[in-house]
Design a binder for this molecule. Structure first.
Ligand code: ATP
Ligand code: MG
Length: 408
């Protein structure tokens, strides 16, 4: 007899677990199943499922039997908020066996009297170490309530907490996937738009350049154009030419980011590469110094030379634009982590602390003619190599790139 009872209980639990599995993908359905199963497992007369919403408010999500609960109602101090939050914070079941006298449930005195509620049990739900909600069970007319039922409810609580928690997480993941998808398609569209704009700009730039050349060559006054009109025309053509070139640069930068291909990984020695890069740079008065790790001499690693060149050139250009007088470029082998560090340290203006955390985001700039795309491109290139880039700015500004030591 005893064995039959145990078997039927196990069957009940397996069925509940099955129901939770079936409801996957539908948050509200999972809540309904939790409440229905809770009613069955506990043999209670009423069950109410209260969940925390995004704003951390407590909301009645499901009530069974449905007609006597205020579904979608927010729990207020008048409807037991203090006690419910206490139970959720305490992480353990609270049982009220004499509700008529117990002051903790004074807020529901009317219900207790109307229905003849004899016991109330509060079961907090948890997921990932955080409280997510609470189940409230009521028994009426002295409904018997044994140690066994308590054990069953505890076990059920674990199952329900997990089912709801997983469903909540899935809901969040689905939202993120959708968001990523939106961003990806936005990226694709913006790159198409950038292409169209670039084509038109090339035409505008070409014609404004030709107009500017013609006007520069003509001697106003001697030709059909009088000198005042000639000056005006030249000034206007110059503005069109300058602005179209500026726009072309922005559009090209956007295209570089959105259509950045995978790096072509070929064997190079990082120290040799940096020495050659520095030779090609027009330092414009900025003192460039290299401090290269001897351990890296003769070590070849895989990277895309053209892409890495964009990074180095742009870091140096940024230092120059920050009124730096010197820049030190260092390499270091981090043998244990199997990575190589390349750092660029410059003096000059320090980075505004307000923009420091967003410095690698596109369009973050302090320059009137900057696009704010330089560092975004560098970060994108470094990440495509499986590396990372960090920044610190105080007395000196330092950008540190780490690249995995992938042997070619
Ligand atoms: N080495 C540096 N020293 C001080 N500030 C820097 C340095 N590098 C970047 N910054 C700051 O970071 C901002 C963003 O740099 P980023 O290269 O992304 O864009 P930008 O230089 O403003 O524009 P663009 O690269 O299109 O000319 C700069 O406007 C500047 O304020
Ligand atoms: Mg820049």
């Amino acid at each position: 007899m005893e064995e039959n009872k145990k078997l039927s209980e196990i069957k009940d639990f397996v069925e509940t677990a099955e129901l939770f599995l079936v409801s996957q993908g539908d948050y509200q359905e999972t809540l309904n199943i939790v409440a229905e199963s809770a009613l069955k497992v506990s043999a209670a007369d009423r069950v109410c499922l209260i969940m925390k919403n995004k704003k951390e408010e407590l909301m009645i999500e499901v009530g069974l039997p449905q007609y006597d609960h205020g579904i979608c109602k927010k729990i207020t101090p008048e409807t037991g908020e203090t006690l419910l939050r206490q139970v959720m914070g305490g992480e353990s079941i609270v049982l009220v066996t004499n509700p008529c006298e117990d002051r903790r449930v004074a807020y529901m005195r009317e219900l207790i009297m109307t229905y003849g509620i004899s016991s109330i049990l509060f079961l907090p739900l948890f997921f990932g170490g955080e409280s997510t909600g609470i189940l409230v069970f009521d028994w009426v007319d002295g409904g018997k309530f044994s140690k066994e039922i308590l054990e069953k409810i505890k076990l059920f609580g674990r199952l329900a907490s997990r089912a709801i928690g997983m469903e909540k997480k899935r809901k969040k993941d689905r939202k993120k996937i959708l968001q990523d998808e939106k961003l990806r398609s936005l990226g694709e569209h913006s790159s198409q738009v950038a292409h169209i704009i670039r084509n038109s700009l090339t035409i505008i730039g070409g014609f404004s350049g030709r107009l500017l050349n013609r006007l520069t060559e003509s001697k106003f006054g001697e030709s059909k154009i009088d000198s005042e009109l000639g000056e005006t025309l030249w000034g206007t053509a110059k503005i069109i030419d300058d602005e179209s070139k500026k726009l072309e640069r922005i559009v090209n930068d956007i295209l570089t980011i959105t259509s950045l291909k995978s790096p072509v990984l070929e064997p190079h020695n990082i120290n040799e590469f940096l020495k050659e890069e520095l030779l090609r740079i027009d330092s414009n008065g900025l003192k460039l110094r290299l401090k290269l790790s001897k351990q890296l001499n003769g070590v070849n690693m895989a990277f895309d030379r053209n892409m890495m060149s964009i990074c180095i050139q742009d870091l140096i250009r940024n230092a120059g634009e920050a009124s730096a007088s010197r820049i030190l470029i260092k390499t270091k082998l981090k043998a244990k982590q199997r990575e190589v560090m390349i750092s660029a340290t410059n003096d000059g203006k320090k980075i505004n602390p307000y923009i420091l955390k967003d410095i690698f985001s596109p369009f973050v700039t302090t320059k009137t003619d900057g696009t704010g795309l330089g560092l975004a491109i560098i970060q994108s290139i470094v990440k495509k190599h499986g590396g990372n880039i960090y920044v610190s700015s105080g007395d000196k500004t330092e950008f540190t790139i780490t690249l995995p030591l992938v042997k070619p």
